[in-house]
Design a binder for this molecule. Structure first.
Ligand SMILES: [Zn+2]
Length: 319
């Protein structure tokens, strides 16, 4: 830290911060032998259990308004080997539009609304696209196309009666310039694109993993050329307790990620919100509470964005 105070981004009296977000939240179709809706309910039950046990904890749910992705299949491998054709073909044939549209699933919406201290933000529109990217649906899209997708997604939230925060976690972590510009056009406030679980915690550490690179690993900061605040995922199920406390010790934002799925066909998520991950998070959060007490801040991502946007310049610029 060469100049500035690393904890200046925090509210008065707080010396570190913790936030939790969950990606891939949607009503869930019948997969892996479970009935429609079961996967969502089980994962959200685990989240509810965590929120009950940790009254300071808040969570941001990144919800896909009209999920169309099916578990990866092997039936189209031949097509995926053909240049050009593979760019115009879905790697796995998606669900039709509307099957998992959240406004058509009032029971799922009620489940989200019953969770305390959570907010909802966008995780794409359909979570699927043509070509090898498979889920990176904002990739290579124009500003106008991204803007239309964001507007369509939030219109579905509105139709569902679901209050939403002005942020995005892009599927596949891909945040092209068109998406960033479109978010700015719509006065959105935060994006969680980068995931870096490897780079050592340091005040000057920059993201070098999935998604946007070169942003602060431990502090929220403005995305250059925009008014958006970026929040890096720097912790998940495979991360160590030592990493968590290193980030907190720097006055940083420990940004914990979970995904709704543990399994999605042959795909196995390392941070699916199952009972073992919820239990390990329970232990971690308890140890943070013991160490920091009221001196830790436990915001939703929208709260982080609001705080940073009121500061000029942003804290990482000062670093
Ligand atoms: Zn996703």
């Amino acid at each position: 830290m060469t100049r500035g105070e690393p904890r200046a981004w925090l509210p008065p009296g707080r010396i570190a911060a913790v936030c939790l977000s969950v990606d891939d939240v949607h009503p869930t179709a019948a997969i892996d032998g479970r009935a429609a809706g079961d996967v969502a309910r089980e994962a959200l039950d685990h989240l509810g259990w965590l929120l009950d046990r940790h009254p300071l904890l808040h969570a941001t749910l990144f919800v896909t308004p009209d999920w169309r992705a099916r578990p990866p299949a092997t039936t189209r491998r031949l097509v995926q080997r053909v240049p050009v054709l593979r760019d115009w073909t879905y790697a796995t044939r998606p669900w039709p539009r509307g099957v998992s549209r959240v406004d058509r699933h009032p029971g799922f919406v009620a489940m989200l609304q019953r969770l305390p201290r959570t907010d909802v933000a966008l995780h794409g529109l359909h979570h699927v696209c043509r070509g090898p990217g498979a889920v990176a649906e904002f990739g290579h899209r124009s500003r106008a196309a991204c803007r239309a997708m964001l507007q369509r997604g939030t219109a579905i939230f509105d139709a569902a009666g679901l209050a939403w925060s002005r942020g995005v976690s892009p599927p596949g972590w891909q945040a092209p310039p068109g998406l960033l510009a479109a978010m700015d056009d719509l006065d959105m406030s935060f994006i969680a694109s980068a995931r870096d679980l490897v780079t050592a915690a340091d005040p000057c550490a920059r993201t070098n993993g999935s998604g946007l690179r070169g942003l602060s690993l431990v502090f929220p900061e403005a995305v250059p050329g925009t008014r958006l605040v970026h929040i890096t995922t720097n912790f998940q199920a495979t991360s160590t307790r030592e990493r968590a406390f290193s980030i907190l010790g720097l006055g940083g934002l420990l940004s914990i990620k979970a995904h709704l799925f543990t399994r999605f066909g042959s795909y196995r998520a390392l941070d699916g919100l199952d009972r073992p991950y919820a239990s390990s998070l329970d232990q971690l959060l308890a140890s943070i509470e013991d160490a920091y007490g009221e001196s830790a801040w436990w915001p939703r991502m929208a709260d982080v964005a609001e705080r940073v946007r009121t500061m000029r310049p942003s804290p990482a610029v000062l670093a």
